[in-house]
Design a protein around this ligand. Structure first.
Ligand SMILES: Nc1nc2c(ncn2[C@@H]2O[C@H](COP(=O)(O)OP(=O)(O)OP(=O)(O)O)[C@@H](O)[C@H]2O)c(=O)[nH]1
Length: 496
């Protein structure tokens, strides 16, 4: 007689009871189904679908047996077309069907599902698919996280590359000027951070005004319109208040659309969504700021503040070095009393110009100007008065000459003005104006008026022909004429 144990084993090996597969299908996590579609595709239903559709989607399997629409109505609108197409493809090719789509759960939320089934053509031409679909939301979330972290990694790596490239640019600018490098920085940073506009403003020493020095705009975005490029910081305006706060705290300022609309010169406030202002400081003092404008709200990254601090550190360092270099150059090439160029700057420039005159026939004129009876001022009013007069005289020379002219202090009370691309006639006119300005100069020291005149000798580079030692000859000629002007009674100039 068979033992109880043998009986158990025998019953387990026996053929499964009739509802075995139904029970199996209804207890798994996936949803098993058969899907029928009429030959002409106008009718469809689920002859069998496991019980889970009731809890998961709030659908009655019995209803789906007569009409499949209720299940199709749960497909996310963005996925419906692809899913429909995949069924048609499978129907035509009789290849297995596979698709991913979002389905609306009974809770109202959507979750990702993946389905897989095999089609079978029926004798009447209709089709029957056997398959299952299951929840892949978890994998989708992992996939999204992975994609996001890959995107983040590539953004960070790109940002590091950008900073490295910009730093290299500033360290080895090649033929580019500092301004070119800053323009490039605004363009690259604006593009990278998807800003619409980037700009730099520099403050005056008293923080009363700020001047726009550089501007980049994405295509189609209008420029910032500041009359004369300079804005006076009137604390009444919301944007200005923010700038003042930035100066005081040396921190990034963010202005979003949630605050009162920016009142900014030339700006259509309704289009601007957010603005970041990043202070630039040299030796601990805020000297200006970099601004980034975004036209679409929230189109910036959450950590933009931190990224901008890195860029401001880069720019601040560059500006600091540039100012230091400029100061060193000024110290070695400029006269400390008057701020004019000194001989060390003037002579090589004149040599270059003589060579260009030789090669390209670019003529130029120069004048040596000497204050008349300057010694008397020192002797009667003291050396300090003499210094003050020299400074006021230098101001007149700068004011009465063009930006392209070179104004230098040649010696004690002797000055040289070089007029590039200018003939003798225009130079004589210019010198007439300068000497008149000296006469009208209103020189004074400690409230005492000091009447002043000056004499000058003019010479043109082409007068002596351009040969070896021509510069000495041109200067010698101007000096001789200066002497002649002095001899003729001073307060005049002598030219060719
Ligand atoms: N205060 C002051 N005086 C200077 C400076 N450099 C040169 N001098 C003086 O400038 C005076 C030049 O005098 P002179 O060369 O005799 O010529 P002048 O008195 O201008 O007479 P003329 O040129 O003949 O009209 C000298 O007394 C110098 O000491 C300076 O930097 N400051």
């Amino acid at each position: 007689m068979a033992s109880w144990k043998d009986q158990q084993a025998a019953s387990a090996d026996a053929a499964p009871p009739p509802d075995f597969f139904r029970k199996l299908a209804d207890s798994g996590s996936g949803i098993f189904y058969t899907y029928w579609r009429s030959r002409d595709g106008t009718a469809h239903r689920f002859p069998y679908v496991s019980e889970q559709v009731r809890d998961l989607f709030g659908l009655d399997p019995a209803e789906l047996q007569t009409d499949g629409n209720a299940l199709f109505a749960l497909i996310h609108p963005e996925d419906a077309q692809d899913l429909g197409q995949s069924i048609l493809d499978s129907a035509q090719s009789l290849n297995p069907w596979q698709c991913r789509a979002r389905l609306r759960l009974a809770s109202g939320e959507y979750a990702w599902y993946e389905g897989f089934s095999r089609p079978e053509r029926q004798s009447d031409g209709s089709l029957l698919w056997y398959g299952q679909f299951h929840d892949i939301q978890h994998y989708k979330e992992l996939e999204q996280e992975l994609r996001a972290s890959e995107a983040e990694y590539s953004f960070q790596a790109g940002f590091q590359n950008l900073v490295a490239r910009l730093s290299r640019n500033f360290i080895q600018p090649g033929p580019k000027t500092m301004d070119d490098c800053i323009d490039e920085l605004l363009n690259d940073v604006g593009e990278y951070l998807r800003a619409d506009r980037g700009y730099l403003y520099a403050f005056d020493d008293d923080y009363e005004s700020m001047t726009k020095t550089h501007l980049w705009c994405r295509g189609g975005i209008p420029s910032l319109v500041d009359p004369d490029q300079t804005i006076y910081l009137d604390e009444g305006l919301p944007w200005h208040q923010k700038i003042v706060w930035m100066i005081r705290n040396n921190q990034v300022v963010f202005t979003g659309s949630e605050v009162e609309r920016l009142t900014r010169e030339g700006e259509d406030a309704s289009t601007l969504a957010s603005v970041f202002n990043v202070p630039l400081s040299v030796q601990g003092r805020v000297v200006g700021f970099m601004g980034l404008d975004f036209y679409v709200d929230g189109s910036w990254r959450e950590d933009l503040d931190d990224l901008l601090i890195i860029l401001s550190g880069l720019l601040s360092g560059v500006l600091e070095r540039h100012l230091l270099e400029e100061r060193l150059v000024n110290q070695s090439l400029k006269d400390p009393l008057t701020g004019l160029y000194n001989r060390r700057y003037l002579m090589p420039r004149l040599n270059e110009m003589i060579q260009r005159a030789d090669r390209y026939q670019e003529d130029f004129c120069l004048a040596i100007i000497d204050i008349d009876h300057f010694k008397r001022i020192n002797d009667t009013l003291g050396h300090m008065a003499g210094d003050a007069v020299l400074c006021q005289f230098a101001e007149i020379l700068k004011r009465e000459t063009r930006g392209a002219d070179i104004v230098a202090r040649y010696g004690g009370e002797e000055f040289v003005v070089v007029f590039p691309d200018q003939g003798s006639r225009e130079t004589a006119l210019a010198m007439g104006r300068i000497l008149q300005a000296v006469r009208d100069g209103g020189f004074s020291f400690q409230g005492k008026d000091i009447p002043l005149t000056a004499s000058a000798g003019l010479a043109a580079a082409c007068e002596k022909g351009v040969c070896e030692g021509a510069l000495d000859e041109v200067l010698g000629l101007a000096d001789t004429r200066l002497y002649q002007a002095k001899q003729a009674g001073r307060n005049q100039f002598v030219d060719s």
